[in-house]
Design a protein around this ligand. Sequence first.
Ligand SMILES: *Cc1c(COP(=O)(O)O)cnc(C)c1O
Length: 318
Amino acid sequence: MEPLDRATIWPYREGEPQELYYQRYAHPNGLAAERALGELEGGETLLFPSGTGAAAALVLGLLERGQTIALAEGGYYGTGLLFSALEGWGVRHVEFDQTGPPPDDVDLIWLEAPSNPFLTMPDLEAAVAHPARVVVDSTAATPIYLRPLDAGADFVLHSATKFLGGHHDVLLGAVACRSADDAARLRTFRSRTGIVAAPDPCWLLSRSLRTLRVRMERHTANASEIVDRLRAHPGVNLVRYPGFGGLLSFDVADGEAARRVETSLQRIKNATSLGGVESVIESRTRWEGDRVPPALLRLSVGLEDVDEVWADLAQALA
Ligand SMILES: *Cc1c(COP(=O)(O)O)cnc(C)c1O
């Protein structure tokens, strides 16, 4: 691993600033992590202090007052909350079904692959055919399963807090850009607004990317097995899973049953977030209200022994 460097300043040489001079503009651990993730996504990548910070910087840096975002319905709840908060700055958003074509007369298309917690996949071809630029929030797919820039998207967004970080110990966001001009514009906006990631989380991301492929393969193997067993369970009405990755959701009988399942687990943590070594589960209605069925439980399957995860789920379902 490269050393962790927390310096905020580097001296000029012969009176001239070099590549590194002040941490807000660039720092070694940020550059190293951006290079590694950029290679995986196939485009210049910038890191931000959280996924939400990355989304805020992308919208504020790219759009102008009076412009409209088409947002995939059923996607990450916080993205809709962020866009609502930005209405005060004159940026509007409308929701649409991302499995079909986006609406006309929008300036930015915001997809999620797969959506969290409904696990739908976007029609990327239809979105790319639209004149507006396309952002794919690829947090749950990771570059192991999807490279949206190759498919014609303009930006890939990550909450690196999830699978990329992978250990529930780092809050971080990323944007990979198809065009160098967009990357330069976003970089300038990031330096001017100060929405920058610190060295420590960048160092943790570099560490985590080294195991991304093996972790994702194990997440998929474990989640696929859990999905098969859930689908065969009489207490489970519906299972949503795109066929890859560690994130899934399923419906039990009703809201009361969901609450009983999440509070009866002994090994799986009843907690929010996803993408870590340990499995976590939660009923999403506590955050999202009517937007999700009260019987919906979102499960992020970790890297544990799958029989132990299933044994805990089975006893809770019972
Ligand atoms: C968690 C999440 C975000 C927000 O990321 P933070 O790092 O929590 O700010 C955005 N999109 C998706 C799909 C997420 O799961």
